[in-house]
Unconditional design. Structure first.
Length: 490
């Protein structure tokens, strides 16, 4: 029997002449007792519709999947709208608990987006925040859909009081910041602030011009951690009175909130490549000054339940009217600080600031609370040390000072019996328990400046005495007496 071409009853494809098996699905041409599986006269019509029959059986499943996808795409923004509102309110509460006087006025939730209005009180000035909130999980960001699922994206416009608005317009002109906040599904926020480059004439006819290459800042915030990065490439104010320029300013911080005390711990750093000023006021001698490669860093840590604070300041070069100083470094350490009264004062400050008391009453109450804080801190016998090193073309300036409170202050009768006379407490502290010691050494190359003019009184009064390594000032304060180079000054 000759093998003629036909259609496979398994997959419906046409088979070549003489084929024994279907080359597509492998079904044999002949089956025992079934005759020719590719008999065109009997199976061809059926084979033509084999593919459609299989597809037809799958249509309900495909339709269900499509309907589900459309339902999710349509309903998910509404469902995430509830989550977005909840996250938004949590962020407002978190900022308020951290000391920011912010409150929510209204929240109008929509299907795909919502609108919120809040107000912020800063230094007695009321700012209004109007915010557009696009719901997740894939809202628009800068004209594009978010790649990573998020709770919402918030675009913020700030409406400042007229007084602040006029002052801002005086310097920055009509430029306004772009503020965008991405709220993640875990309620963490990532806020980006951008000010585009601008040039603005401060006042008509004044000749003063403000130019800037723009500002970018990014703040990541959760209830327990925060990260900040900000960059200002250049800011310059130039006019008939002179020029002032700040270049390459970078601010960064990384902090976490201690669960026990609620105090933020971590590190922060400020770097400025250049600070320069040139004055050219009429009738006055020109003055120039510049500081290069400035770095300021701060660290806060908790050791055995007590706070340790460290500040470190460095400058690569300082120049003033032709005088150039080399690298300068200063270090300040403050240790053994009780965090409890600091956290308590933070809460009390918020209550006082938001109270209906008069400005004078609030000020007096804050002074009292500040005195209470100083007494509470002094009970733990805190210590502070400062170190200074400065290089100059003709020598080096070195200095250090150590300040502290003895532990016996906590046993004083006024402290033990809880006296509320804080003036008496502070006098007792300074007269009996505070101490300080330090020294400052100036190079002999500065002798001409120290022995002539107004600076000579530093030598005449014994503030500085000459020694082999330079002019030295040594001070010691104990028991209410201050000694400078062994001489009593108070």
């Amino acid at each position: 029997m000759s093998h003629t071409g036909g259609f496979c009853t398994g997959c419906g494809r046409r088979m070549p002449e003489g084929a024994t098996f279907c080359t597509a699905c492998g079904k044999p041409r002949y089956r025992s007792g079934e005759g020719n599986a590719f008999d065109r006269s009997q199976d061809a019509p059926t084979n033509r519709y084999a593919w459609w029959q299989r597809t037809e059986r799958r249509l309900p499943l495909v339709g269900a999947i499509l309907v589900s996808v459309l339902a999710i795409a349509f309903l998910l923004p509404e469902l995430t709208g509830y989550k977005a509102e909840d996250n938004y309110r949590q962020v407002v509460q978190m900022l308020s608990a951290d000391g920011l006087d912010i409150s929510l006025d209204s929240y109008q939730r929509g299907w795909f987006s919502s609108r919120a209005t809040a107000h912020l009180l800063l230094n007695g000035q009321l700012f209004q925040l109007q915010q557009q909130i696009d719901h997740g999980p894939f809202p628009l960001q800068s004209g594009r859909f978010s790649v990573v699922p998020v709770a919402c994206v918030i675009e913020t416009k700030i409406y400042a009081p007229e007084e602040v608005r006029n002052a801002s317009r005086e310097i920055f002109g009509s430029v306004s910041p772009e503020i965008r906040t991405v709220v993640s599904l875990d309620s963490s926020t990532d806020t980006r602030v951008a000010i585009p480059p601008f040039e603005h004439y401060v006042r008509e006819g004044s000749g003063a011009v403000v130019t800037s290459k723009g500002l970018e800042a990014d703040l990541y915030l959760t209830p327990r951690s925060s990260r900040l990065y900000a960059r200002l490439d250049r800011f310059r104010l130039s006019g008939t009175a002179g020029d002032t320029e700040v270049d390459g300013l970078t601010l960064s911080s990384d902090a976490r909130r201690d669960s026990g005390t609620g105090i933020w711990l971590g590190n922060s750093r400020l770097i400025i490549d250049l600070i320069k000023h040139e004055s050219a006021a009429a009738g006055k001698s020109p003055a120039t000054g510049a500081v290069r490669n400035v770095s300021f860093s701060a660290a806060t840590s908790l050791e055995s339940g007590l706070l340790d604070l460290t500040w470190h300041i460095t400058a690569g070069q300082i120049g003033l009217n032709g005088l150039t100083l080399g690298s300068t470094a200063a270090r300040l350490e403050l240790s053994r600080i009780d965090p409890s009264p600091i956290a308590a004062l933070g809460k009390q400050y918020l209550e006082i600031a938001r109270s209906d008391l008069s400005a004078d009453s609030r000020s007096a109450l804050l002074v009292q609370k500040g005195a209470e804080l100083l007494v509470a801190l002094a009970k733990r016998a805190p210590q502070m040390s400062v170190e200074l090193n400065m290089s100059a073309p003709k020598g080096e300036v070195r200095g250090e000072i150590r300040v502290g409170v003895t532990q016996s202050f906590a046993e004083d009768a006024l402290v033990r019996f809880g006296s509320d006379d804080y003036s008496a407490l502070m006098r007792r502290l300074l007269e009996r328990y505070a101490f300080a010691s330090g020294n400052l050494t100036l190079p002999l190359s500065l002798e001409s400046q120290l022995t002539t003019g107004k600076e000579r009184r530093l030598i005449d009064e014994g503030i500085f005495v000459r020694e082999d390594n330079g002019y030295v000032c040594r001070l010691d304060y104990r028991g209410g007496r201050l000694l400078v180079n062994g001489r009593k000054l108070m």
